[in-house]
Ligand binder design. Structure first.
Ligand code: URA
Length: 258
């Protein structure tokens, strides 16, 4: 590996061709599909561990699509390395579990701030430091969802290191949830938290600390007050909605800036 290639993402500046915007799905399997939705001529760049990347061109601008894997630690590696290669705006796209019972699947959820139930963000700033999304990027996602007529909600997300106990799931090997998390779903519901996911707090804190921009859009694939198992049709629709919102948000932001 040459010296200028970043250790985990296996990318260098030349491969990014001046891209300043990155879309970050968690799942490596979603990277190529997302990139091709933006640009049928998009091409594969690299794949190492959970980090798969493609480069697309949208309205004359390069857009990197790079998976982060699941959870804060791998998000932190991805953002560290991409920031060093010149990425200044990060849009995370992902799936999520809705907490509020009136959220219908696969509602689009745009996060304004995250409850810091992760560990990785505490390695960058103390817990008193807020995990907030960038306003400009967030506004572009809201405008896109509105324009596309997709049902959407905007608000606070609980970002958690674990899918099972931290999100108070009992369908587990032991069926036990430590006391710290017992009743937590009900509490977040009362506190008007919209959803659970696993990466936004880390992403927002790191981006803020670095002076960069980050936003988060997810599609609800389960409604936690009703069921735990996602449906294939809902998953497919969720993926399509995210690609549509993401593409339109980039176009709207590009138009606003040019
Ligand atoms: N991702 C999560 O973190 N939780 C869910 O319930 C669904 C997706």
């Amino acid at each position: 590996m040459s010296a200028d290639v970043k250790y985990h993402v296996h990318l260098n500046r030349e491969m990014l061709a001046g891209a300043e915007v990155a879309i970050l799905p968690g799942d490596p399997g979603r990277v190529g599909k997302t990139a091709r939705y933006l640009d049928p001529e998009a091409h594969f760049l690299a794949s190492n561990r959970e980090f798969t990347s493609w480069l697309a061109t949208l309205d004359g601008r390069q857009v990197l699509v790079c998976s982060t894997g699941i959870g804060g630690p791998s998000v932190s590696i991805c953002v560290e390395e991409l920031a060093a290669l010149g990425i200044t705006s990060f849009y995370r796209i992902g799936t999520t579990g809705a907490i509020q019972p009136d959220i219908e699947l696969p509602c689009v959820i745009i996060t304004t701030g995250a409850v810091r139930l992760d560990g990785a963000s505490t390695h960058y700033a103390p817990l008193e430091y807020p995990a907030v999304a960038d306003l400009e990027l967030t506004n572009s996602l809201v405008a896109a969802a509105r324009e596309l007529g997709l049902p959407h909600r905007v608000g606070i997300t609980a970002a958690c290191d674990t899918f099972y106990p931290g999100q108070e799931r009992y369908d587990t090997f032991t069926g036990y949830v430590p006391r710290r998390f017992q009743g937590s779903l009900e509490e977040w519901k009362h506190l008007k938290v919209l959803n659970y996911e696993m990466e936004s707090a880390t992403l927002f804190v790191i981006a803020s600390v670095f002076g960069l921009k980050a936003a988060m859009v997810a599609s609800a694939i389960v409604s936690r007050t009703r069921s735990e198992t996602p449906d294939d049709a809902v998953l497919a629709q969720a993926e399509e909605n995210l690609a549509r919102v993401m593409k339109r948000a980039l176009q709207l932001r590009g138009t606003a800036r040019s």
